[in-house]
Design a protein around this ligand. Structure first.
Ligand code: 8YV
Length: 332
C-alpha cells in the first residue's frame, strides 16, 4: 500500500470544543491539549520548533523571543480569538509567518456581555444577589430607600472603539434608551451614525468628561495601551460607570482601583484585567465592581464558530490560498 502523504503538524495550545477537535483530527496531524493545562514557555518553544501551524489563544504569549526559536516550517499562526495582542505581529511578519484571527463570530456574544454589565453595575445586580445568598444576613423585606441604584434610560453612553463590537453594543444600548456617543480612530459611515443616532467625538478627553457610562470596545494595541490613563480617568464625572469587555491593558488598572476605592468613579463592570489571570485585590474588594473572568465570548455557539473559523483559515492556507482572516499589523 502506498504511504499516505504526511499531514502538516498543527499544534493547538488549549482544549477546544469536541466537534472542533474532531474536525481538526480529520484534517490535520493535530496535536491537541486534552487536559487544557496552559503550555509553559518551554513547551511553546518546542511547539514552534516542530509545528507547521500554531493555534494559540489569548493565554499564550507569542512574543519575539518565542518566535526567534521557531523552525522554518512554521508558516501560520491561526489565533483562536479576535484580539491579537498576544502575538508580536511585527516579528511574525519579519519571519514570513502569516497571522489570522476570528473576527465577527464573537461580536454579538461580547456585545451581550457588555450590555449585561452596563445594566448590572448601576442597578447593583451582583450586590443584591450577594445580600440574599449571604447566610449571615437576613433580608427583612422591601424598603423604599434600600439598594437604590441609578436609572439607565436617558443616560449618555460613551463607546471607545466603534468597530463591530462597539456598534453591536450601541444597537442594544439604544433599545434601553441610552444616548450613544463614541470615539474611534476613524469616524464611522454616516448611515451607521444615523441608524444609531450616534454622536462622534473627535476628542476623547471631551467625551469622557460628559458621559454617564463609558464602555471600552477597542483592541489593545501600542496606541491604546492605557488609553484610559490616570489623567483621563480623572476627567470622568464621579457619577460615571466604566465597563470593559475589551482588554484590561486599555485602562490604567491601578489608578482605576484607587479611584473606585476613593469613590471618584461610581462603579465598574470588568470582564478583562491588565495582568490576567491576576486581578487587582482592590477591585475585588469594591462592592461597586462587577468582575467576571474574561467571559465575554464564552458561549458554546461562539466557541464552535471560532473553531470553525480557525479551521477555515488553516485549511485555506494549507491548500495554498490566502486565508480569509489574515491580520496585518497596520490593522491593529
Ligand atoms: C476570547 C477575546 O475568548 O477573541 C478575543 O479577542 O478576547 C476573547 O473573547 C479569547 O481571546 C480567546 O483567545
Amino acid at each position: 500500500m502506498p504511504n499516505s502523504p504526511k499531514k502538516p503538524l498543527v499544534v493547538v495550545t488549549r482544549k477546544l470544543p469536541e466537534a472542533v477537535e474532531t474536525r481538526m483530527r480529520e484534517l490535520f496531524d493535530a496535536r491537541l491539549n486534552v487536559d487544557d493545562t496552559p503550555m509553559t514557555p518551554a513547551e511553546l518553544a518546542e511547539a514552534v520548533k516542530a509545528a507547521h501551524v500554531l493555534i494559540p489563544t489569548v493565554t499564550d504569549r507569542i512574543d519575539r523571543s518565542l518566535l526567534s526559536q521557531a523552525g522554518p516550517q512554521l508558516k501560520l499562526i491561526a489565533n483562536f480569538g479576535t484580539g491579537v495582542d498576544n502575538i508580536d505581529l511585527d516579528t511574525a511578519r519579519l519571519r514570513n509567518i502569516i497571522v489570522t484571527n476570528t473576527p465577527g463570530v464573537l461580536t454579538e456574544d461580547t456585545a451581550d456581555m457588555t450590555m449585561a454589565l452596563i445594566l448590572a453595575v448601576p442597578r447593583r445586580l451582583a450586590e443584591g444577589t450577594v445580600l440574599l445568598k449571604d447566610k449571615s444576613r437576613h433580608w427583612t423585606g422591601w424598603s423604599p430607600t434600600w439598594m437604590l441604584g441609578h436609572r439607565i434610560y436617558g443616560k449618555r453612553l460613551g463607546i471607545i472603539g466603534m468597530g463591530r463590537i462597539g456598534q453591536a453594543v450601541a444597537r442594544r444600548a439604544r433599545a434601553f434608551g441610552l444616548q450613544i456617543h463614541y470615539h474611534n480612530r476613524r469616524r464611522v459611515a454616516e448611515e451607521i451614525e444615523q441608524e444609531l443616532e450616534a454622536t462622534h467625538w473627535d476628542s476623547l478627553d471631551q467625551m469622557l468628561a460628559r458621559m454617564d457610562i463609558v464602555s471600552v470596545n477597542c483592541p489593545h494595541t501600542p496606541a491604546t495601551y492605557h488609553l484610559l490613563s490616570a489623567r483621563r480617568l480623572k476627567l470622568l464625572k464621579p457619577t460615571c460607570y466604566i465597563v470593559n469587555t475589551a482588554r484590561g491593558e486599555v485602562i490604567d488598572e491601578n489608578e482605576l482601583a484607587r479611584m473606585l476605592e476613593a469613590g471618584q468613579i461610581a462603579g465598574a463592570g470588568l470582564d478583562v484585567f491588565e495582568h490576567e489571570p491576576a486581578v487587582n485585590p482592590k477591585l475585588l474588594a469594591c462592592d461597586r465592581v462587577v468582575a467576571l473572568p474574561h467571559m465575554g465570548s464564552a458561549t458554546i455557539e461562539g466557541r464552535i464558530d471560532m473553531g470553525e473559523k480557525v479551521i477555515i483559515n488553516v485549511k485555506t492556507f494549507l491548500d495554498g490560498h490566502n486565508p480569509p482572516d489574515r491580520v496585518h499589523a497596520a490593522m491593529f
